[in-house]
Design a protein. Structure first.
Lengths: 116, 115
């Protein structure tokens, strides 16, 4: 079974600074997908960024980028120019499609606070 | 196109009562996933359904919990004889079949409180 580990329960950073959230996972699979989800105080789960394991290029979405190290099974999220609206819980998730079953395995989350 | 809808948003039940949680997937989505989030924890997969079929219920507790996704109407997660440990946020997510993006769209969740 796959496991996802987020070793930073809480982090805080000054507004406009850059912050990196770490995530490691354990799998014997070769083809899979990794995600970062954001959960603000409203509790709505919002997809931040996605990475396909077969792609060597790191995914980027505006101020959000990942550092995907397949051999090390590491998938960190970098938030540049952090904004107050980035304050939220961030969850790393793993998915291996299996005959249409795309269930997600989540880490325990990192609570990120952006300080004005 | 309306997003994934869940109701109720908040549900309070006394121990021993039944809880019914509803999820209407996005239009055109035929796959529904239910996840449970205990306080201060991540989301944990419970069950994966397609129309009229339970595909994977490996995360569902063996007793008191059941799920369905009928041909017409929303998906229902049913918890019988609730206990305090069932207090959690329950999220459903929907997706298309084999979508290229593999993105699941989440509903706002139902927060269940058992008193």
């Amino acid at each position: 079974a796959q496991t996802v580990t987020q070793s930073q329960p809480e982090m805080s950073v000054q507004e406009a600074e850059t912050v990196t959230l770490s995530c490691t996972y354990d799998t014997s699979e070769n083809n899979y997908y990794l995600f970062w989800y954001k959960q603000p105080p409203s509790r709505q789960m919002i997809l931040v960024i996605r990475q396909e394991a077969y792609k060597q290029q790191n995914a980027t979405e505006n101020r959000f980028s990942v550092n995907f190290q397949k051999a090390a099974k590491s998938f960190s999220l970098k938030i540049s120019d952090s904004q107050l609206g980035d304050t939220a819980m961030y969850f790393c998730a793993f998915m291996k499609p299996h005959f249409g079953n795309e269930k997600l395995t989540f880490g325990t989350g990192t609570r990120l606070t952006i300080i004005p | 196109n309306a997003g994934v809808m869940q109701n109720p948003r908040h549900l309070v039940r006394r121990r021993g009562q039944e809880a019914r949680l509803r999820c209407s997937p996005m239009k055109g989505h035929s796959h529904v996933y239910w996840y449970r989030q205990l306080p201060e924890e991540g989301l944990k997969f419970m069950v994966y359904l397609q129309k009229e079929n339970i595909i994977d219920e490996s995360g569902m507790p063996k007793e008191r919990f059941s799920a369905e996704f009928p041909k017409e109407g929303p998906s229902i997660l049913r918890i019988q004889q609730v206990v305090r440990g069932d207090s959690a946020a329950y999220f459903c997510a929907s997706s298309t079949s084999g979508g290229a993006s593999y993105e699941q769209y989440f509903g706002p969740g139902t927060r269940l409180t058992v008193t």
